[in-house]
Design a protein around this ligand. Structure first.
Ligand SMILES: [Fe+2]
Ligand SMILES: [Fe+2]
Length: 195
């Protein structure tokens, strides 16, 4: 299955978000840095939960390394700008999305993977908006590369879900979760953060 983030997201990011984000780009950088750290941690959490799933372990351990590299790169930009990485203020978007993960184990694994896929898709969409706003400088090129990488992660999580569950079940659940994700985006205030 090859779906692009623009295909799965039911609601484009509100147009005012990019203005809010660029007006306080320092806050966005710090939030983004934590997003990359949490992406690495949640990939390894999936490895912890499903250690016998060989393909999942292999691909998500690699993903965790990539996310940790993103973390280090964003951190470098933070330091270069004379900023300090402050504590993570939490992510209501992810918290609300995780509430849609069902409890029975047969459904839980698919839901966990698909929630991760949607977070990657939304991240990719917004990193691309930042890249477009920044233009062709070093930071702009960096954000463009990250947007492409996170788009690939969206696909990876959907593929992993379909490896351990029926494709039709995965497709139907992805559609449901994408609708829930759009409602969350619509409800949340527009702030200088990735999501
Ligand atoms: Fe990343
Ligand atoms: Fe990612």
């Amino acid at each position: 299955m090859q779906k692009r983030d623009v295909d799965v997201l039911r609601l484009p990011t509100p147009p005012q978000w990019i203005d809010v984000a660029m007006a306080d780009f320092s806050a966005v950088l710090i939030d983004h840095c934590h997003c990359e750290r949490k992406a690495a941690a949640s990939a390894m959490a999936l490895v912890t939960w499903y250690p016998s799933h060989e393909v999942l372990v292999r691909r998500l351990a690699k993903l965790a390394q990539e996310e940790l590299r993103h973390f280090r790169e964003v951190h470098r930009f933070i330091v270069q700008r004379g900023l300090t990485l402050t504590r993570d203020s939490g992510d209501p978007y992810v918290q609300q999305l995780l509430k849609h993960v069902r409890t029975p184990e047969a459904q839980r694994r698919t839901d966990r993977l698909l929630v991760s896929s949607l977070i990657e898709a939304r991240s990719s969409e917004r990193l691309q908006l930042i890249a477009d706003a920044l233009g062709g400088d070093e930071l702009g090129a960096f954000y463009k590369a990250l947007a492409t990488a996170e788009r690939g992660h969206y696909t990876l999580f959907v593929e992993l879900a379909a490896l351990y569950d029926e494709q039709a079940v995965v497709d139907a659940r992805l559609a449901e979760l994408a609708t829930a994700e759009a409602e969350i985006v619509q409800r949340l205030p527009v702030e200088p953060r990735i999501h």
